[in-house]
Write a protein that binds this ligand. Sequence first.
Ligand SMILES: [Zn+2]
Length: 364
Amino acid sequence: MAVRQRLLLENAQQLVLVCGRGEECLRREAASSAAVLRGASLVVGLDGCIKAVGQADAIRSQFSGATFERVIDCSGKCVLPGLVDAHTHPVWAGDRVHEFAMKSKRKGRRHGKGRSNPSDCFSERGKTATEAADDIINNHLPKLKELKLSGEIDVDNIDVFCEKGVFDLETTRRILQAGKDTGLQMNFHGDELHPMKAAELGAELGARAISHLEEVSEEGIRAMARANCAAVLLPTTAYMLRLKQPQARKMLEEGVIVALGSDFNPNAYCFSMPMVMHLACVNMKMSMNEALAAATINAAYALGKSDTHGSIETGKQGDLVIITSPRWEHLIYQFGGHEALIDYVIVKGKVVYQNERCGTISSY
Ligand SMILES: [Zn+2]
């Protein structure tokens, strides 16, 4: 009886693996070249995982007896791994659209003193940062542990906004340490508006990732590189809030694992990872390959999921993007207008988005 598979992507002009040897992240020279196959095919099994990747002829003969739920001809197109957003805030109530016009009038960079006092969020609830930290450590985390053990919720990370007027360095340390003791991965906001030595703290405690880092110190960068702590850079935030750009090149040269995130939130409304990648190249001077690694395998690393996501490798989840272009770089090059470029989005081998307009519009 013929073996049934979920999906066959056939004969892609470029099949961008990103990496192919089970690397958990890419840094230094490894991040500046992507593994790409030409004239290649890919099979996703009924379990949603990638079964095989290789030259079209080899895949055709290997699966000659198989049947597929779906076959997509990828001639002239590129297949990439599903993009991974390493930092996002997808849930909120209302919006902050009225602030956009107000902020647009403001001259210069929005930086430091120009920002409303973040400690307002504590005073509204009648709590100081220390009281809030005590509440987290003594009440929230024990409850979280209980719910995790009973299987009612699934939480991987603990996050703290380490910033002047929010949680200072010592309070951040207390919360992160308590989260670590609860078995959570440390993945937090640091060194955004003021130099806080958040990078040094994260590296010391063994944090998985730190986001923002516009104000990171040189020592902080070196400490993160040594500690395999990923730097999650957020180009849309730096752009929309007119912050100074984080030192991406310095981080890459020092061997930090650099990842990218959208920071999608009511104050920075953009969840397009191709736009994030584009801004990383233009404003942070990352190469296209570095931006690709940062939005795939390194973003997956920052979330502790690079064993299942972030590259096209056998055994990983079949999350894929197909673009109607013979070179993958178009994903970054074409700023906006993705309705003419992204043809399919696939999750676990199932098409979750199919663009009817592709094929009728060749290119902008
Ligand atoms: Zn954030």
